[in-house]
Design a protein around this ligand. Structure first.
Ligand code: NAD
Ligand code: WQD
Length: 343
């Protein structure tokens, strides 16, 4: 069975492509390489001994996208990762974020409709809860306005996707996966997260500080009402997250879904503070991370972690890899990337 993966050369996309190929699916990737590199295809091939089909196309380009979809109209589903994802940048560049994230999605839906692909898995995010109403966060927890155009674009796509599925067209069913904080890398260290410029997220900032690219990590706030005063998040290994996509896909292609549109939280269900993550990183990798306590980052919540029991019950999925494995794999990838891949 063929699956089209948008954004498939990116961080989560590349890990998911590996697990799809391992599970026996055929994969065709469409990505404009804005935030990824074509060489990831070689590394996917090294890991799996299979090479996914790929074209460098901007999903906002209607004509080029449709021609790609026509070539792959035998696909049974799409996994839609392609998006711009930097929360802070989206506040400064709102038009661009809305144009890219919404425009590419409209176009994708039109292509799917034109060639008749019935199923979609959508990359949603914990950010769509806006702020935490109750802990752990459940799929039906109240939603609040998000603090960024990035988050709003994910909320809007949820509405558009639901309406599309209800409407009369070829897109018949979908699953949104709400990821919490994906970190870590494939055990081979051949693929991982390689943010362009100064990282926004905690783990790449830690690995870049440890390797000497950054002087010091700023720990944003140590005066939260949490056990050690630093903010708590639900970190999830990217390979566990990739497995969740395979399970969600199997649910749709095997027609096991209970409604046409389903939503699952994908988190480990456990919270770790910033200082706990640093401690695990230093202990597992035997390396020091320079850090200083800094003011809180505007918009940050003190604590956020998922209730993922629905995914456990319905997808038969749960996180398997722990925080030690997450930070160890992230460091192994950083070392490989700097030695072999950085230009
Ligand atoms: P990423 O930037 O590594 O991957 C996204 C890919 O999409 C990139 O390869 C990029 O080149 C491509 N892309 C962007 N716009 C495109 C367009 N118009 N046409 C074609 N390709 C385009 O990001 P990621 O971390 O792998 O995230 C994947 C998805 O998961 C995104 O939708 C993101 O919003 C969502 N998500 C990520 C996180 C996280 O912390 N990484 C958390 C929750 C949700
Ligand atoms: C984690 C913790 C920071 C950097 C974001 C998006 C969310 C989703 C996942 C896409 C927080 C602290 C961070 C640093 C720090 N992405 N921190 N120093 O903000 O929980 O979630 O990524 O959908 O939508 O908002 O992740 O990695 O930025 O931060 O102290 O240099 O680390 O304050 O407590 P966040 P993060």
């Amino acid at each position: 069975m063929k699956i089209i993966v948008t954004g498939g050369t990116g961080y989560i996309g590349s890990h998911t492509v590996v697990e799809l190929l391992k599970a026996g699916f055929e994969v065709a990737i469409i990505d404009n390489l804005y935030n990824s590199e074509e060489s990831v295809l070689d590394r996917i091939e090294t890991i799996t001994s299979k090479r996914p089909a790929f074209e460098a196309i901007d999903l906002c380009d209607n004509e080029a996208s449709l021609s790609f979809f026509r070539k792959h109209q035998d696909a049974v589903a799409v996994i839609h990762f392609a998006a711009l994802k930097a929360v802070g940048e989206s506040v400064k560049k709102a038009i661009w974020y809305y144009e890219n994230n919404l425009g590419s999605t409209f176009n994708l839906f039109k292509c799917m409709n034109d060639v008749g692909i019935p199923s979609i898995i959508f990359s949603s995010s914990a950010t769509i809860y806006g702020k935490y109403p109750e802990l752990p966060v459940k799929e039906n927890s109240p939603k609040f306005p998000t603090s960024s155009p990035y988050g709003s674009s994910k909320q809007m796509i949820k509405t558009i996707l639901k309406d599309t599925i209800i409407g009369e067209n070829e897109i018949k069913n979908g699953i949104s996966l709400r990821y919490f904080n994906p970190i870590g890398a494939h055990e081979s260290a051949l693929i991982g997260e390689a943010p362009k410029g100064i990282p926004n997220n905690l783990l790449p900032y830690i690995t870049q500080t440890a390797i000497g690219l950054r002087d010091s990590l700023s720990v944003f706030g140590a005066d939260y009402d949490t056990p050690d005063g630093t903010a708590v998040r639900d970190y999830i290994h990217v390979v566990d997250l990739a497995h969740a996509h395979v399970k969600a896909l199997q649910r749709l292609v095997n027609e096991e879904n209970e409604t046409d549109y389903e939503v699952f939280n994908i988190g480990a269900g456990k919270g770790y503070s910033v200082l706990q993550v640093i401690e695990a990183f230093e202990r597992m990798n035997d390396v020091k991370v320079n850090y200083k306590i800094s003011p809180r980052r505007p918009g940050d919540e003190p604590m956020f972690y998922a209730d993922s029991t629905l995914a456990q019950e319905k997808l038969n999925w749960q996180a398997e890899l722990n925080i030690d494995e997450m930070v160890a794999s992230a460091w192994k990838w950083e070392a490989y990337y700097r030695e072999h891949l950085q230009k």
